[in-house]
Design a protein around this ligand. Structure first.
Ligand code: NAP
Length: 285
């Protein structure tokens, strides 16, 4: 198996390094900035390629920004870079396989491997790909190859339904990753009144990691703890009052409303108690 990469950015380099270590030959990188492309290629001992060279690669990763994806596929198709039977894939959560339809017209098979981990730069991405989940979608011919590619990159593949609403899926991923990061950020700001700033980060992130781990193992209903589960309206009202003039006020209220709904679903509180807790979250002054 050999693979070429269009887009020498964070994700392209992180995947290439992981795959090369797993014994996949990296044919090289196609980029738009010669300097950055050369650096990326040198960092893993691969070549800089022209777009036409891709016709010799059986697998092509298109790791460009979401806005560029369709145009890059069209340019590759127009340049005669697409071999019949080759597999082209991208790592975007926002776009489905159809974003590469231009290369499909040249009898290539297309798909998506969306890594479910933040890749803030190539080095951290290389680390975080190992053991992360990735959703895989694609044409019938591409799917098994992309599952194998994902596993060779150290990812745990999760099959994605062909008819899934991609934008809703991507919004859910943003909520679980960016939304949780934002909630942790708010908690850190509040904790800085109580402990040293470095400890505030450790306290908030470690609590969040343990809560996420419990959800991973047992689901949200079992994992939930705190005043919503205990039916403690006084504590929710006190929290709401204490946060009234802070940036965390709206997020706290909205997220705790969700906690109340989960506690009710789990059977920890009845409908009357859920109403009392929701009212406590409206406490004003
Ligand atoms: N980063 C994450 O956390 C993450 C996680 C999951 C999925 N993804 C997905 O991964 C994809 C890539 O994201 P990224 O974070 O790696 O972005 P990135 O670091 O900005 O890398 C994109 C690369 O594509 C290059 N490029 C743009 N247009 C090109 C063209 N026409 N021809 C050749 N190369 C071109 C850019 O070149 P320049 O160097 O000249 O800008 C850059 O090197 C996106 O679809 C994103 O949604 C990202």
């Amino acid at each position: 198996m050999s693979l070429a990469v269009i887009g020498p950015g964070r994700v392209g380099v992180a995947f290439a390094r992981r795959l090369r270590e797993a014994g996949v030959a990296i044919d090289g990188f196609v980029g738009r900035d010669p300097g950055r492309t050369r650096l990326a290629a040198e960092s893993i001992g691969a070549h800089v390629l022209a777009i036409e060279d891709l016709v010799r690669s059986p697998i092509v990763l298109v790791a460009v920004g979401d806005q560029e994806l369709e145009r890059v596929a069209e340019d590759a198709a127009a340049a005669g870079a697409v071999a019949a039977g080759s597999v082209w894939w991208h790592p975007s959560g926002f776009h489905g396989p159809d974003a590469l339809r231009a290369v499909r017209k040249h009898a290539a098979h297309v798909g998506v491997v969306h890594p479910l981990c933040p890749i803030p730069d190539a080095d951290r991405g290389y680390e975080s790909l190992a053991g992360a989940l990735a959703t895989v979608a694609g044409d019938r011919e591409a799917f098994p190859i992309l599952e194998a590619v994902a596993m060779q990159a150290g990812l745990l593949p999760v099959a994605m339904r062909a008819e899934a609403d991609r934008v809703r899926y991507h919004a859910a991923c943003a909520l679980a990753a960016n939304g949780v990061t934002a909630a942790i950020g708010l908690a850190i700001d509040l904790l800085e009144d109580a402990v040293e700033p470095a400890d505030a980060r450790r306290v908030a992130a470690s609590l969040a990691a343990r809560a996420a781990h419990l959800v991973f193992e047992h689901g949200a209903e079992v994992a939930l703890s705190g005043p919503a589960v205990r039916g403690d309206a006084d504590v929710l009202a006190a929290h709401t009052r204490a946060l009234r003039s802070t940036d965390a006020a709206d997020a706290y209220r909205e997220l705790m409303r969700r906690a109340v709904a989960i506690a009710q679903r789990r059977g920890s509180i009845d409908a009357a108690m859920a109403t009392r807790l929701d009212q406590a979250l409206e406490t004003d002054g």
